[in-house]
Write a protein that binds this ligand. Structure first.
Ligand code: NAD
Length: 478
């Protein structure tokens, strides 16, 4: 900590020790609200990564033999310490990545449920007995942890992703090396402090901070990595997928989205409108499951656009610690340029734009109508407070257009017609579908994830348990 400025210098957490990067290099972690310096963080090297992987590998044989009671107790202690350190975690979510207090509290509460659900997983790592054709044979499957799990997390929900993936990996007996987003290293460093205080053995959880583009490959391509779980952009996900395919490293990839919401003519707009606003504007649209496409059946279309246009003028853009604030700063200059270019491209090609202005690093909630195929925003993830509204003439057209995407993460439909609602749920090419609810929804024990450009595999207690363990067939001849 720099006494004069209170600016922290973050270190790696390797083998239970806090250490600087090899060579002592650091990088700047900026507060996205005003681009002021929030912290300096160790700029990890390939050698740092190798040390962390070595520590996790060395810790695995003993950790694998720990009992469910021990792992459950450590995880429940993590949840207790998280509650004691709520202010540190929530302040970090606000000042490191620009979360409005409502989103920060939502994430903190979710993070707690992730850890507690993982504690419950410790007793559920089960195989089964299997009938055998060989007389006198007892045949069974036993489920074993894989070894060292690489966890790579994005900037936007760092606490939800860290708690879920690290806690699930540890619950089933793996050790972990974690590369957090270069935009959110402090949140993960806080979590490492909590893990250490909770009593997890040295080396079970290791954190290397740094630039993903510089040291990510040193993590994912290492021969001692037994599983990779990555959450982030589709471009980086594709790169990691290729590395994992080459090395036959099992993995889950949770990537980008262009999630659709279909609103049929019988929907109740009084109920739909607040959910529609929540499903795109929470955290300024920086959610993988944000609804960036709305398809509204013609009889409701004009009214929907009118009401949404009114709502967006009232969405809070004040102090991040004011509970009415919803809109967050866009995380980085690159991301701000991306949002601006998507809006300007749509405007130049004939879209009608409501909003689109900026206050500092925050883009006002933006609605686009008259959007056509040649506009970038039509098919590409913006990751900002921008959504497109399209009229549809029938349910069938809504389904077809909702499916006209390479992504497949979340989806939603609003209707009282149970047949159409279930037809949609069965036929939408997405990993998740919410009937009469917003696309933004997550729980610790559900199969969370997407298809196509949105990823491979699912997260959640059961899904992670299956992905992060392997079955072994064992027989006993009596
Ligand atoms: P990003 O892809 O830029 O970075 C994600 C992580 O990848 C960071 O930790 C980064 O350091 C690391 N990384 C970069 N290059 C790497 C490499 N070569 N090897 C290994 N790691 C590397 O994504 P972001 O901007 O932090 O997050 C936003 C994206 O994440 C959006 O596309 C969003 O939709 C997606 N996301 C998806 C989910 C989901 O569950 N599907 C959840 C949250 C965010």
């Amino acid at each position: 900590m720099d006494a004069k400025t209170d600016i922290k210098t973050l270190q790696h957490f390797i083998g239970g020790e806090w250490v600087d990067a090899e060579g002592g290099n650091t990088f700047e972690d900026l507060n996205p609200l005003d681009d002021s310096l929030y912290a300096n963080a160790a700029r990890g090297t390939g050698n740092d990564m190798r040390k962390a992987i070595g520590a996790a590998k060395a810790a695995f044989p003993a950790y694998k033999e720990t009992t469910p009671t021990e792992r459950e107790r450590w995880l429940l202690r993590v949840a207790e310490i998280m509650e004691e350190r709520q202010k540190d975690l929530v302040d970090c979510l606000i000042d490191e990545i620009g979360s409005p207090i409502g989103k920060a509290m939502f994430e903190f509460t979710k993070g707690l449920t992730m850890v507690r659900a993982a504690a419950g997983l410790c007793r559920n790592v089960r195989g089964e007995t299997i009938p055998s054709d060989r007389p006198g044979t007892v045949s069974m499957s036993i489920r074993e942890p894989l070894g060292v799990v690489a966890v790579i997390t994005p900037f936007n929900v760092p606490l939800i992703k860290t708690t879920r993936l690290v806690a699930n990996a540890l619950a089933v007996g793996n050790t972990v090396v974690h590369l957090p987003s270069e935009m959110a290293p402090h949140l993960t460093v806080l979590f490492a402090e909590i893990i250490a205080e909770a009593g997890f053995p040295a080396g079970t959880y290791n954190v290397v901070t740094g630039m993903g583009a510089e040291i990510g490959d040193d993590l994912t391509s290492d021969g001692d990595i037994d599983f990779v779980t990555f959450t982030g952009s589709s471009v980086v996900g594709q790169h990691i997928n290729e590395i994992c395919a080459k090395n036959k490293t099992p993995n889950t990839l949770e990537l980008g989205g262009k999630s659709p919401t279909v609103i049929l003519a019988d929907a109740d707009l009084d109920k739909v409108m607040p959910l529609a606003a929540r499903s795109i504007f929470m955290f300024g649209g920086q959610a993988c499951i944000a609804s960036s496409r709305f398809y509204v059946e013609r009889p409701l279309y004009d009214e929907f656009v009118k009401r949404f246009s009114m709502i967006v003028t009232k969405i809070g853009m004040g102090d991040l610690r004011d509970p009415d604030t919803v809109i967050a700063p866009a995380i980085s200059p690159r991301q701000r340029e991306r949002i601006k270019s998507h809006i300007e491209d749509a405007r130049a090609k004939g879209a009608t734009v409501v909003g689109g202005e900026w206050e500092g690093n925050r883009c006002k909630p933006t609605l686009l109508t008259d959007v056509s195929e040649e506009m970038t925003v039509c098919k590409t993830e913006t990751f900002g407070p921008v959504t497109s509204i399209y009229p549809i003439d029938s349910y069938e057209e809504g389904l077809e257009k909702a499916n006209d995407t390479e992504y497949g993460l979340s989806s939603a439909i609003f209707t009282h017609d149970i047949d159409k609602a279930f037809h949609f749920a069965r036929n939408i090419g997405a990993g998740m579908c919410h009937i009469n609810g917003p696309t933004i929804h997550d729980e610790a024990h559900v199969p969370f994830g997407g298809n196509g450009e949105s990823g491979v595999g699912r997260e959640g207690t059961d899904a992670d348990m299956e992905a992060m363990t392997e079955l072994k067939w064992v027989t006993v001849q009596l």
